[in-house]
Write a protein that binds this ligand. Structure first.
Ligand SMILES: [Zn+2]
Length: 323
């Protein structure tokens, strides 16, 4: 190929091979300049476009990188939080476990006390025999610190604590059922014990006449003595032999000034020949409370207390009751 310069035109000769003729292409000069310039411009444009695009991509990549590292940071923070949370949970579980052990030991101690109270009632209360012991005796348990070594043991510890709490729950329900009954029984026992006419009714212990058949002090003939006679000084205090309610406090012929106190189990105590009454009908008296003063009123040869015990309207020997 070869270019020939003319005035305002450029001629392009195209040579192929021997069989073909030479071809001439006439081009104007400005066009010859414009074509390469356009080519250069478009290549330059392409380069600029590529540069802009790559810059954009880089910026995007950078943004993505920043986001990724933020996420990584967040992840790290979250993991740290979780670790802390797990650590706190672990501590809480261990603490709960310790508390469960302690509480259980306390509950078992209370149950033990309740059983002791039951035994006391059974031993000292001649009751209707309705005392019941608590089923499922206390297991051997000791308190103390719980030392967890590995985190994987924690699940076991948590399970143990849960079992402990369930057992405590059962203990509480059992005690809720038993304790009120036991307390009622204890109170009943106490009332019956105090209501038993077992206290010697005077300061003097000198017995001058027994219960049963004797020679009458006035007639010398055989007679039935419904109680015991205790010698003493006029004005000595006379005590209620057991807790109860005063049903009689009056003067009556041979009995003189006398008092009747009603106790549980159909029992009564009678106090005769008093010099003074310190109670009224309807009064509740405690065991050992002073109810009157010793004297010689009624059919009496001298200062003494006639004391008798009546059970279901029958006079009985007071001695087996008195301590
Ligand atoms: Zn008598």
């Amino acid at each position: 190929m070869k270019t020939t310069k003319r005035k305002q035109r450029l001629t392009l000769l195209v040579l192929r091979d021997a069989q073909h003729s030479v071809k001439q292409i006439h081009l104007s000069k400005p066009l010859m300049i414009a074509v390469p310039a356009a080519a250069i411009l478009s290549i330059a444009g392409l380069i600029v476009t590529l540069q802009i695009q790559s810059a954009h991509s880089i910026s995007e990549l950078e943004q993505q990188l920043t986001l990724k590292s933020l996420e990584a940071l967040k992840m790290e923070v979250t993991v740290t939080d979780k670790d802390e949370a797990i650590e706190r949970l672990n501590k809480a579980i261990l603490q709960l476990s310790g508390e469960a052990e302690q509480t259980k030991a306390q509950m078992e101690r209370v149950q033990q006390l309740e059983q002791e109270l039951q035994q006391f009632i059974q031993k000292h209360g001649s009751l209707s025999g309705q005392t019941s012991s608590i089923p499922g005796g206390a297991k051997e348990h000791v308190g103390g610190e719980f030392i967890a070594v590995h985190e994987n043991e924690l699940l076991g510890v948590a399970k143990d604590a849960q079992d402990d709490f369930e057992e405590i729950q059962q203990l509480i329900s059992r005690m809720e059922r038993h304790i009120p009954r036991t307390l009622d029984q204890a109170q009943e026992t106490q009332e019956k014990r105090e209501g038993m006419p077992s206290l010697w009714p005077t300061t003097s212990k000198r017995l001058t006449s027994n219960f049963g058949y004797r020679s009458d002090p006035f007639t010398g003939r055989s007679a039935y003595h419904a109680g015991i006679d205790i010698a003493g000084k006029t004005g000595d205090p006379v005590y209620a032999a057991g807790a109860g309610v005063v049903t009689v406090a009056e003067r009556s012929g041979a009995r003189g000034l006398y008092i009747v106190v009603q106790h549980p189990n159909g029992l009564e105590t009678w106090y005769m020949h008093l010099s003074k009454l310190d109670v009224l009908v309807g009064d509740h008296v405690g065991q050992g409370e002073t109810i009157g003063k010793l004297g010689s009123s009624g059919r009496s040869t001298g200062p003494h207390l006639h004391f008798q015990v009546v059970k279901n309207n029958q006079t009985i020997d007071p001695m087996p009751y008195l301590n």
